[in-house]
Design a protein around this ligand. Sequence first.
Ligand SMILES: NC(=O)c1ccc[n+]([C@@H]2O[C@H](COP(=O)([O-])OP(=O)(O)OC[C@H]3O[C@@H](n4cnc5c(N)ncnc54)[C@H](OP(=O)(O)O)[C@@H]3O)[C@@H](O)[C@H]2O)c1
Length: 290
Amino acid sequence: MSKPTIAVTGKNGQLGFEISQLENQFPQFQFIFTGRQELDLDNPETVDDFFQQNKPSYFINCAAYTAVDKAETDIETAMAVNATSVGLIAKHCREHNCPLITISTDYVFDGQGKVPYPIDYTTNPINHYGYTKLLGEELALQHNPNTIVIRTSWVYSTHGNNFVKTMIRLMNEKPTLSIVGDQVGSPTNAKNLALAILTIIQKIDSKEVTPEYGIYHYSDKGVISWFQFAKEIKAYKKLHCKLTSTTTANYPTPAKRPAYSVLDSSRIKAVYGIDSTDWKESLYSCLDNL
Ligand SMILES: NC(=O)c1ccc[n+]([C@@H]2O[C@H](COP(=O)([O-])OP(=O)(O)OC[C@H]3O[C@@H](n4cnc5c(N)ncnc54)[C@H](OP(=O)(O)O)[C@@H]3O)[C@@H](O)[C@H]2O)c1
């Protein structure tokens, strides 16, 4: 009997790359990794073509328009990639009886909360990226009832562009840096999220759990500001740049960012037995490989 196939989009992004690094740990599955060349979320025809040529058993959508500031003006592309195409993928998945896991973001919330957001907390995105991602969630759930949406936050990896790598570069280049100290959240090592996703699929496929679809949150454990995050990177890498804390008001960006961006990850633990790792441990594991 042939192995179940897992299709993955965004193979060149942080999360897609981390999933590809785990392929050997999940030999019971066959993987199809796609990038923009094979499946372009800004071009619906390529989505249709993909499903005509492939019959995946599971679909993981890691591709997204993630340029948060650019999304404020490049509205059409962000909408096509983060919303319309996700709905189209979900439709195809339904036709193929293929569970879909699609990734969303803490930016669906407005940041005004004071305690970790449960999955049913009121959404109210304050930037266009968040709005398109929320629409993507809704379309995915609407078009394929066998959809798991995983919202995550502050993703970094040894691969791709992210805060950790930018900080190391800037701290090596500059004597001083100002970092925002009044936005708090939970940094998430993409490697942990990748393992969480494949563990869910493995548990569903082996019938170890009865699948429960819908919305989940997954972040590494802990709540810190960007400033605290930068301080920890500096200390671990023994860098000499002087860091000062600044405010969001002093660091204007085209897209607004939520002030409080902490997700309550309890459902993923309750249903799929997935516990998150402490943020410092996760950060050190990434820094050791940089
Ligand atoms: N990064 C974060 O801090 C963060 C936080 C919360 C949630 N998330 C969500 O987590 C998921 C994974 O994010 P990530 O950090 O891995 O993002 P990433 O590193 O920016 O990767 C996104 C990938 O999407 C691909 N992509 C963009 N437009 C595409 C298109 N039209 N067709 C096909 N592929 C396209 C990119 O391709 P190219 O390589 O060719 O550009 C890239 O490989 C996304 O859903 C994101 O919204 C991320």
